[in-house]
Design a protein around this ligand. Structure first.
Ligand SMILES: [Zn+2]
Ligand SMILES: [Zn+2]
Length: 578
């Protein structure tokens, strides 16, 4: 018995020594903090999706951590009506959504309920969020989990998460995994780091999470952001991705066993987005939400890792002959440019001004300085790195965009069609028919409208879970007929919706390729280029082999329609063109 106690005591002592040696530094309390910006955080999950706690409890945790706003982004398809802005525990709570696209997760804020589920290709979800008046953020672009990671760099997203602790935790976990192809050095370092952080977490939770942010693996979000921002405005932001759940395998949402950490409150003490609103918050939730969202859209914000040092104070401006602007703003190029930076970064921290992907004017350690820059167009941003053995970006600004007078190069447009073969010319609709799964329904009928003959397609998808329900309006091409390189059609729908325009091959190979099209409630002409159609599932070829295309289909399916949905779609004109 005595021996057991001795052993236990020795073990406890050993753990205590380990903790003492590995414990990350306590956050530094800064003087001169509070620069008038509103601290808060985006990308928070509640128990309405895969988070642990209710919005009220999550807001209370944010209040304890000193945050002033929260943006909930539970997983969804955007058809749920978001809660109106409300103050909970003194924290301004906004309601957004995290949408799963085929190219990664997209966090959307400031949008109403969508009339149909948002899903599919990133370019289409981005388009839908914008049409609904929302603002979207490419989520966790560096996540090592392929289906989470944002992968569509050419898509016109509005903002990007440059920091997401869920990503850095996954990077460590992936390196530590038995199946990891990292070198054994890296593997063991990752294992040791994770094991020690488990010991340190109960003692200094926020600091421990922040200590994991120093991962040096190929995180390329910052590089991608600077490259894209050189061409167009992209708001740099951070998401905490808080769930208060840690699934040992798979996603927090995958039911099963999940650990109750990192908790909401420690997560909220890790980092914050500091938003420079035009006026202080008034206590009126709707008005304050407006001011907050306007500032976020304008990129009037910076990101700070509070678990290292807080509260931050930061200013970044650029002046030339046209005036003075701040982070997030655009400035017309003209005359010499002076950049001014002021912060309360602790001594030993390093401030760097970036011109695109290059450091301008070396490293700075003084609280206030200016840097001269050449007058020509470029983007500028500021990063302040912490001191110590594993420095991380403690603070990161948005970009100041110095733009030239030359208009952006026009989008390359496709040549106009020179050959046209009508699929429907306002008379016979005999080449058209419907297809649907066994429980769904579709009816194709020519109808006479005041403006002429149209094809009307009535559809009703079977209810229940999504199990591949579809209803399709199908046009079969005549054998050896003209295919062209595009289909042009004029359509409207009873309610706003998305249809999938599909090409189906023949010769015993029934592969399909598709392009999603938004159909409004009034007639609009659409053109789908066949080389823009992507495979549906696995296909023999990446693009449709045009001579073998047998059918053009206008498909309603569960990507953008709910099971049980019904409605009507009218096609006025349709033609194959080249
Ligand atoms: Zn996500
Ligand atoms: Zn998330």
């Amino acid at each position: 018995m005595k021996r057991f106690f001795l052993l236990t005591a020795a073990l406890v002592a050993a753990v205590a020594v380990l903790v003492a040696l590995s414990l990350p530094a306590r956050r530094r309390a800064l003087q001169g903090g509070g620069d008038g910006t509103i601290p808060g955080i985006l990308h928070v999950h509640t128990n309405r999706s895969d988070g642990r706690s209710s919005p009220d409890d999550v807001a209370a945790a944010a209040a304890r951590a000193g945050l002033k706003f929260l943006i909930f982004t539970d997983h969804g398809d955007a058809t749920r009506r978001p809660d109106p802005p409300v103050y909970r525990s003194g924290v301004l709570c906004l309601d957004g959504v995290e949408i799963s696209t085929s190219g990664g997760h997209y966090v959307a804020i400031d949008l109403p309920a969508s009339p149909y589920p948002l899903a599919g290709e990133p370019r289409d979800v981005i388009d839908d969020v914008r049409r609904l008046g929302g603002f979207g953020i490419a989520a966790h672009p560096d996540s090592p989990k392929a289906e989470l990671q944002w992968r569509e760099w050419n898509a016109p997203f509005d903002g990007i998460e440059l920091l997401n602790p869920d990503t850095t935790w996954r990077v460590w976990a992936q390196q530590a995994a038995r199946a990891s192809n990292a070198s054994s050095d890296v593997k063991w370092r990752a294992r040791r780091t994770l094991a020690l952080s488990l010991l340190d977490y109960p003692v200094r939770p926020a600091e421990t999470i922040a200590s994991l942010l120093h991962v040096e693996s190929p995180l390329n979000a910052v590089r991608q952001w600077t490259t894209i921002a050189t061409r167009r405005r992209v708001v740099a932001i951070a998401g905490i991705d808080a769930h208060a759940k840690l699934a040992l395998r798979g996603d927090p949402g995958d039911a099963g066993f999940a650990l109750p950490f990192p908790g909401y409150e420690p997560s909220f003490r890790v980092m914050s987005v500091h938003v420079a609103t035009e006026r202080p918050l008034s206590g009126n939730a709707a008005a304050d939400a407006n001011a907050l969202v306007r500032a976020i859209r304008n990129g009037h914000l910076y990101v700070a890792v509070d678990a290292i040092a807080t509260p931050p104070s930061f200013e970044f401006s650029a002046s030339n002959e046209h005036g003075t602007v701040h982070g997030g703003d655009e400035l017309a190029a003209g005359g010499p440019l002076t950049l001014r930076v002021k912060s309360n970064a602790p001594p030993g921290f390093t401030t760097v001004v970036w011109r695109g992907t290059e450091v301008l004017g070396g490293e700075h350690h003084e609280p206030e300085f200016t840097v001269d820059a050449p007058p020509d167009p470029a983007i500028y941003w500021v990063e302040i790195r912490s001191s110590g053995a594993h420095p991380i970006a403690w603070l990161r600004s948005n970009a100041i965009y110095v733009r030239g007078s030359a208009p952006p190069p026009p989008e390359p447009s496709r040549p106009a069609a020179i050959d046209t073969v009508a699929m429907f010319d306002g008379s016979s609709a005999t080449a058209w028919r419907d297809e649907h799964d066994t429980l769904s329904a579709g009816v194709v009928e020519p109808v006479t409208m005041p403006s002429g003959r149209e094809i009307r397609f009535r559809f009703a998808l079977a209810g229940g879970d999504p199990t591949g329900q579809f209803a399709a309006l199908v046009y079969d091409l005549p054998p050896n007929g003209f295919v062209g390189d595009r289909v042009t059609f004029t359509a409207r729908a009873e309610k706003p919706m998305r249809i999938s325009v599909q090409l189906r091959g023949g010769d015993g190979v029934v592969d399909r390729w598709q392009r999603s099209v938004y159909v409004d409630t009034f007639d609009r002409e659409h053109t789908v280029f066949f080389d823009d159609c992507l495979p549906v599932g696995t296909t023999h070829t990446d693009r449709a082999p045009l001579p073998h295309v047998r059918s053009v289909m206008f498909v309603v399916d569960t990507t953008n329609s709910k099971p049980g949905a019904s409605g009507r779609l009218w096609i006025k004109k349709a033609a194959l063109q080249r």
